[in-house]
Design a protein around this ligand. Structure first.
Ligand code: GDP
Length: 485
């Protein structure tokens, strides 16, 4: 930070209006203190109540987290099954735990972490992350003097294999055991996007039915579960106080929680300084293709139709004869385009277009893509680090075009506080009309929300939960998904 200030950058509020705490070792996680110099000013400040709740959660994480006596006792109880009975109250030591299983792509995992943290705050539980193979290489610790990583000696060895038919699953306990947790050492919450309706009942739980008796809650989700939680009347008052603006839940929580490690931050900043910093304007285009990893002409056509429709990129002047047209007098404006994607063909084609022909406006358009990994991989650190660096770089642009359905794109837009232009997922290899739509908010879409009303809990009756409360809506790209706006 000192070096940035020395370079003549005006001093900024690195603690983001109290969202972040002072006192961390700056060198061990420079992104926490530097990112403010790369971002636009915060458009949505945190509410005083959110700040209070964050401070409470930090205290809880410290008091009950790994390495403490309460944690030791709680994991011993989990190992031995002692005290697992209907009369057991999770507030022994005042410590309850929410363990998040890590699975699926990095965008999914980031949405899961952020919204699980919200759920942990609402239910007074310590959030512990399954470190998976790569998490420690990606993110710094968000809490001081404790760790949010599940310790290696966690007593449930096979917790990653839990599925929704497990006897401990929320659906089983709620429906088949009438809420009795007698003999269960933990409850397993299955909120995968394809969960059964019975398991989705958790969205409507107020924690007082039976979960308060359970010290350990193991959660599996690949989704942004926040919109579903906002549908639960039990949390309405609290959420209204925490988030007077409903369109910036992910924005605030992700900035609080997600600080890339120094290695990832180095990738972000080196790329930024080399290719993006000096442009007058930065446009992000996130290209995620679900039909296959090879290039598709209709996807390129869709990108160009979208950027043209929304006036995000200038057209080019093409003369006859195959050569470039005559350039209008250059206006001294430069536009840097950051493309991300597994394939480099889209990037190459757009860059070629502006190389072979002048832009119609005279703008100088440069096109850059950090990587082209070709295929999605699991459990590889460098692959995940690139993905995180790219989501971060997308968040540093001024305007962003994202691919519908993609959690990678939701993270890039949400982290940056950017309301994206979403390219609707094509059907039958044809460009949809319109090719993209302006999103109603910067919030991610929840792909697996509840379809029933919490006050009725009629799980066999599908209703439109997109009209129940004012700020939970049907997503632009996934009609059955729900998002905050
Ligand atoms: P989603 O599948 O689009 O919802 O996003 P996820 O992030 O959950 O999963 C896709 C995964 O594929 C990413 O985490 C990366 O591992 C990889 N991937 C997809 N698109 C890109 C990209 O543009 N850049 C990089 N580096 N990796 C990508």
């Amino acid at each position: 930070v000192a070096s940035l200030a020395a370079r003549g950058e005006p001093k900024k509020d690195v603690l983001l209006g109290g969202l972040l705490l002072p006192g961390f070792d700056e060198q061990s996680c420079v992104s926490r203190y530097q990112s403010v110099y790369y971002r636009k000013n915060m458009t949505r400040p945190p509410s005083p109540h959110l700040l209070r709740r964050l401070r409470q959660q930090e205290a809880l994480q410290r008091r009950c987290g790994p390495g403490t006596e309460p944690y030791r006792r709680a994991s011993e109880r989990l190992r031995s099954g002692q005290n697992a009975g209907d009369d057991f109250v999770a507030t022994v030591d005042g410590c309850g735990y929410l363990v998040l299983i890590s699975y699926r792509g990095l965008g999914n995992r980031i949405l899961a972490i952020t919204s699980a943290f919200l759920y942990a705050m609402l239910t007074g539980r310590v959030l512990l992350l399954d470190p998976g193979k790569t998490m420690a290489d990606l993110f710094c610790e968000p809490f001081q003097a404790t760790s949010w990583m599940l310790p290696g000696d966690f007593p449930l060895e096979h917790f990653r294999d839990l599925g929704e038919d497990a006897p401990e699953s929320y659906g089983n306990v709620a429906v088949n055991r009438s809420g009795s947790v007698a003999g269960l050492r933990f409850v397993y919450a299955h909120l995968d996007h394809a969960a059964t309706p019975a398991n989705r009942l958790l969205y409507c739980d107020d924690h007082r039915q039976f979960l308060h008796r359970v010290q350990w809650l193991i959660l599996r989700t690949d989704s942004y579960i926040a919109p579903g939680i906002f549908l639960n009347p039990a949390y309405k008052e609290e959420l209204d106080m925490m988030f007077p603006n409903k369109d910036s839940v992910f924005y605030l929580l992700s900035r609080y929680l997600l600080h890339p490690t120094n290695d990832v931050w180095g990738m972000v900043t080196r790329f930024y300084h080399s290719y993006l910093k000096n442009a007058d304007e930065r446009l992000g285009i996130q290209i995620r293709v679900f039909d296959g990893d090879e290039p598709f002409q209709h996807i390129l056509d869709q990108i160009l139709a979208c950027t043209s429709q929304e006036h995000l990129l200038p057209g080019v002047v093409v003369s006859g004869g195959g050569g470039g047209g005559v350039a209008p007098p250059p206006i001294a404006r430069s536009k840097a385009v950051l493309t991300t994607g597994l394939n480099s063909w889209y990037h190459d084609s757009i860059r070629d277009m502006y190389w072979r022909s002048p832009s119609a406006t005279g703008e100088v358009v440069s096109v850059h893509q950090p990587s082209h990994e070709l295929h999605q991989h699991f459990f590889r650190s460098t692959h995940d680090m690139k993905a995180l660096a790219e989501m971060y770089l997308l968040s540093l642009t001024d305007k962003i075009v994202t691919s519908g359905w993609s959690t990678f794109g939701y993270v890039g837009a949400g982290l940056g506080g950017l309301t994206p232009y979403i390219m609707i997922k094509p059907e039958n290899h044809t460009v949809p009309n319109p090719p993209c739509v302006r999103a109603m908010s910067m919030e991610p879409c929840d792909h697996g929300p509840p379809y029933f009303e919490c006050t009725k809990k009629e799980i066999d009756k599908i209703i439109d939960t997109g009209n129940l409360v004012p700020h939970v809506r049907s997503c632009e790209d996934v009609p059955w998904g729900r998002k905050l706006a």
